[in-house]
Design a binder for this molecule. Structure first.
Ligand SMILES: [Zn+2]
Length: 803
């Protein structure tokens, strides 16, 4: 088994007004050769003068990286000839840099890791050579601009880890305000060195990779290079020590030159600059500029507010964004609401208009005002979105906007009731249907009232008025087939007729005490699917029908709770699916199933109905007198205890959902198509002894973008180098950008971070799913694919650790 070592050399252009050793302007994009003088052009006899601002920023980075600060930083000449270097030497540091022995903490795949920082030193940048046809042109504007080099220890192991390091590092320098971090313009550049060797044998031959101008290329180049080394070593070859270039068009590295040794540069101390000895005043100023860094802020925000990790990650990505969040919260609004608005509607608005938060008309004051108007009920959700848009359009305050537009909500119940009576008078058929027990027209009536008030009536008031008018106390039972509503014919269980649950309910009610009876008579039965099928035949259409019906019932708000009767085999999928879509439900949603019709079915339906009437919001599975979590439900064919619950967490999952459906799901047909698309891109496989990688590679070609791979428990995962190794499949997946999520065949909580073979898996890009079962991960992926706007959102939804 091989081990890889990656070290990064990162160069950042410090944001200073002037160059590091002369007074020329340091700016990107000016006319070529306009920001030059005798000093930076290397004329004979000129003297460099050190820019203290550059030094302050350099020390700031060294401090943020927890380096030991040198009491005397020495400048040295690095001698080499290149046309973009007019002096024939570069002023750099060698032997006594600004800082050494620092570290940078990383959290990779839910595991914390500390990466050593070898040193931080300041140097001057070279000019730029521009090749135009058969001519080469030189622009010296960049020559002499301050460049800070950060060298890590070779402690990163795989491309993905290096990519994450670079992204987090970039975020840090932007927080510090020392560099804009723009990799395309070259203000942040990264070279990497990589070596591969047999595990335990130390470093191998070192190869340096250049020309990677995005963090994605850093990942791809390193993954390619590690693979190349392993291949060479695998056939007994030797890796040549050299410098290679990443070719982004061909997705490979190409040899450039064999590497110079440090002695080739003939370093010697710069005679024109004395060693820099930072004074106490200087160091104090540096410490004062040290802002709270992203990782620290992340931890603090997670402790201070009940936000999900995904929300906090979004907020801290930019310092300005995190500042905006905290300033808004400080004005007395709910942090959860601020986070939701910032990550959804505000983000969309900014993207659509192509503006940055700081340059937009939205201020923390205005967002707080908007959210307070919403909270106090003066406007409702839909109007709030219009107000936000109007803030961007008109640059006015939210309160002024609702006055100008007449958008203030009707909050007087009597006024709402007056509108309702008008609507009722105009729709006698709907009223008659409702009075006969059909709830569907309730939503229609809500819509009519909203229309009559131009959307100004508070939806909750309308619903309350309706409930009051029709006294709705009913639970809705959604019949999805399965043995629970089946019949026994010739000793075999067959699907019952659609609506079979009405007969079961009548039997349950008959046996119930007088006090409990109403619980089983005030039940509305709906059959979302068209057939009274067995649930093992569940297809995307059935799921779409179920999800759309639940969504409709939740938004109509005229049911006291929802019971879903289902088949046993596929319940672990459907229960998890309902959870991932509706975890933030305000009603009880109770799923139930039975292995046999008759008494078992009646008993389970009885307990599900009692739970649905309890008023306790959440998603539950009621079975054999127990309430189980919808997550990690595992069916085993052992009657009468047909279900085993893998995680023993409380079923009261009322936590924040990772993706919220609060804006309402798409309609049934759209949902069906979205689920079909999602299912086409997902493949579930279980690792078995002797499994061949080819069987997985084959499915990657046919539109599969995600694979859920169920591994053995804590033993090997077929990643050894044999013909039966699945490693090849993981490598292929990475190349084809197919995401592999790993679950376990082991019952109980499996901590993949302790998985002996985990390192090898994550190295190849597989993602551990912690303690979630395959069924639960599958359902989560479907929900993510339906509710996310792009692959990045899917990724972050899948890769956020569960609370
Ligand atoms: Zn100059």
């Amino acid at each position: 088994m091989y081990q890889s070592f990656i070290g990064l050399e990162i160069h950042i252009q410090l944001l200073t007004e002037t160059k590091v050793f002369c007074g020329c302007r340091a700016a990107f994009g000016d006319e070529p050769n306009t920001n030059v003088c005798p000093v930076c052009m290397g004329y004979p006899g000129v003297l460099p003068a050190l820019n203290e601002e550059a030094m302050r920023k350099a020390y700031l980075v060294a401090r943020a990286l927890h380096c030991t600060i040198s009491p005397a930083a020495v400048f040295a000449r690095k001698n080499y000839y290149y046309p973009d270097l007019p002096k024939n030497y570069q002023i750099s540091q060698f032997g006594s840099p600004i800082g050494r022995n620092g570290h940078f903490d990383l959290e990779f795949h839910r595991k914390k890791k500390r990466i050593g920082i070898h040193e931080v030193h300041l140097e001057e940048d070279a000019g730029k050579m521009i090749h135009a046809g058969d001519m080469s042109l030189l622009d010296y504007n960049r020559a002499g601009t301050p460049l800070l080099e950060i060298v890590t220890e070779p402690e990163l192991e795989i491309g993905e880890e290096a990519e994450l390091f670079l992204q987090n590092f970039r975020r840090m320098v932007r927080y510090l305000g020392v560099c804009d971090g723009n990799m395309e313009e070259g203000s942040l550049r990264c070279d990497a060195n990589v070596s591969v060797n047999l595990r335990g044998k130390g470093l191998g031959s070192k190869v340096e990779i250049k020309n990677m101008n995005s963090s994605r290329f850093v990942r791809k180049a390193l993954s390619y290079e590690i693979e190349r080394h392993q291949e060479i070593l695998g056939r007994g070859g030797t890796v040549l020590q050299e410098t290679r270039l990443w070719n982004e068009n061909r997705d490979l590295t190409e040899s450039m030159r064999t590497k110079e040794e440090a002695s080739d540069y003939r370093y010697f101390p710069e005679p024109d600059l004395p060693p820099f000895k930072p004074s106490e005043v200087f160091l104090k100023a540096v410490d004062e500029a040290l802002v709270e860094l992203p990782e620290v802020r992340r931890a603090r925000l997670l402790t201070e507010h009940s936000l999900s990790e995904g929300q906090v990650d979004f907020l801290i990505e930019e310092k300005a964004r995190a500042d905006f969040f905290e300033e808004t919260v400080a004005l007395g609004v709910d942090p959860g609401q601020v986070a939701v608005w910032m990550s959804a509607d505000v983000k969309k608005m900014l993207n659509r208009r192509g503006v940055e938060l700081a340059d937009s008309p939205l201020t923390p004051g205005r967002l707080a005002e908007l959210l307070k108007l919403l909270e106090s009920g003066r406007i409702h959700g839909k109007i709030a979105k219009q107000v936000l848009e109007a803030v961007f359009d008109t640059d006015h305050d939210p309160t002024a906007i609702i006055k100008e537009q007449g958008w203030e909500q009707i909050t007087d119940p009597a006024e709402v009731e007056r509108y309702l009576e008008e609507v009722i008078a105009a729709n006698p058929q709907a009223v008659e249907a409702i009075e006969n027990g059909d709830s569907k027209p309730m939503g229609f009536l809500v819509g009519q009232v909203m229309q009559a008030t131009s959307g100004r009536a508070e939806p909750k008031l309308v619903q309350n008025a309706l409930k009051k008018r029709f006294a709705v106390q009913t639970v809705t039972l959604l019949e999805m087939g399965g043995a629970i509503t089946g019949r026994v014919e010739d000793g075999m269980v067959v699907a019952g007729e659609p609506g079979e649950s009405r007969a079961i309910l009548a039997r349950v009610a008959e046996k119930a005490s007088a006090a409990d009876r109403s619980a089983f008579t005030q039940v509305r039965v709906e059959v979302p699917t068209t057939e009274g099928r067995f649930s093992e035949e569940v297809d995307p259409e059935d799921w779409a029908a179920l999800l759309a019906t639940v969504d409709r019932l939740l938004s109509e708000g005229n049911t006291a709770g929802i019971v879903v009767t289902h088949g046993t085999d596929t319940l672990p999928y459907t229960a998890a699916l309902v959870y991932w879509f509706f975890a933030d439900t305000k009603l009880p949603i109770v799923l139930t199933a039975a292995t046999q019709p008759g008494e078992e079915a009646e008993s389970n339906i009885r307990s599900a109905l009692m739970q649905a009437r309890s008023g306790r919001p959440g998603i539950y599975v009621a079975i054999h007198g127990e309430l189980l979590s919808p997550i990690n439900l595992k069916f085993e064919r052992v009657a009468p205890d047909g279900f085993a619950n893998w995680n023993l967490a409380s079923p009261a999952h009322t936590g924040k959902p990772l993706v919220s459906s609060e804006t309402g799901l798409p309609n049934r047909d759209t949902l069906k198509r979205a689920l079909e698309d999602a299912l086409r891109s997902v493949y579930v496989a279980r690792v078995f002894p002797g499994m061949r990688a080819e069987s997985l590679i084959d499915v990657m070609g046919s539109g599969t973008r995600f694979i859920i791979l169920e591994l053995y428990d804590t033993g090997t995962a077929n990643v050894r180098e044999t013909q039966f190794s699945i490693r090849k499949a993981l490598v292929a997946a990475r190349e084809k950008e197919v995401r592999v999520y790993c679950t376990s065949q082991q019952q109980g909580i499996v901590d993949f971070s302790e998985y002996p073979a985990a390192h090898e898996l994550w190295k190849d890009g597989a993602v551990p799913m912690g303690r979630l079962t395959t069924e639960t991960v599958f359902a989560r992926l479907l929900a993510a694919l339906v509710l996310s706007e792009n692959d990045d959102e899917v990724r972050s939804f899948m890769e956020v650790a569960d609370a």
